[in-house]
Design a protein around this ligand. Sequence first.
Ligand code: ADP
Ligand code: MG
Length: 213
Amino acid sequence: MNNEKLDVNTTIAILERIKDIIEANKDYLTQLDSAIGDADHGINMNRGFSKAIEKVRNNQYFDIGSIFKDVAMSLMSTVGGAAGPLYGTFFMRASMKLAGHKEADLTLLAQALREGLNGVIALGKAQPGDKTMVDALIPAIDALETAAKEGSSLKDGLAKALAMAEKGMKDTIPLVAKKGRASYLGERSAGHQDPGATSSYLILKAFYEALEN
Ligand code: ADP
Ligand code: MG
């Protein structure tokens, strides 16, 4: 496996890892969502990534964009609620940037994930601090871009992104939700970690861990 560039095999290994991590944290994500939502985030995400990996395992790929696209389609068709269309858009927009590429270096990966994030923001209209997945994704992708400019390796860039995603995730705890179901709770949403910020952190963790191996 190539650790310096994201090629087809590495991308599939990342997806396998996302599926495993989401599955292992299914109850945790659902617990977080039961505090400020409707207790389905873990179930939704697990269903989506199980379907996505099933599709990817049964296909042959010549570029990484097509893998991201298949993930996007699977998530959009199987993950209900807010997270399905949002993560679907994230992977779809990223796939457009990666279309036709057999591999991505840190710079291209950062560009693709930035596109994905822009799609999430365009669709969900969440601002930083609204207590959503965006609060983990923004600092992570900022860090990825900075690392790319500094000439970091893919693995080091992802390590920095992961650290920032973790901070962003934890920083959602005191926030009052302004978007999604949790916003119905108003002030009562404070004191709980956002489920979507947590799943975003876990997805980045899978990127990092797949490259570490
Ligand atoms: P639902 O809220 O429809 O049950 P999920 O439980 O699967 O969907 O996902 C909830 C997560 O989706 C939240 O924790 C939050 O991070 C994210 N989310 C909700 N609305 C938005 C939005 N408008 N923009 C970005 N993320 C959002
Ligand atoms: Mg929910």
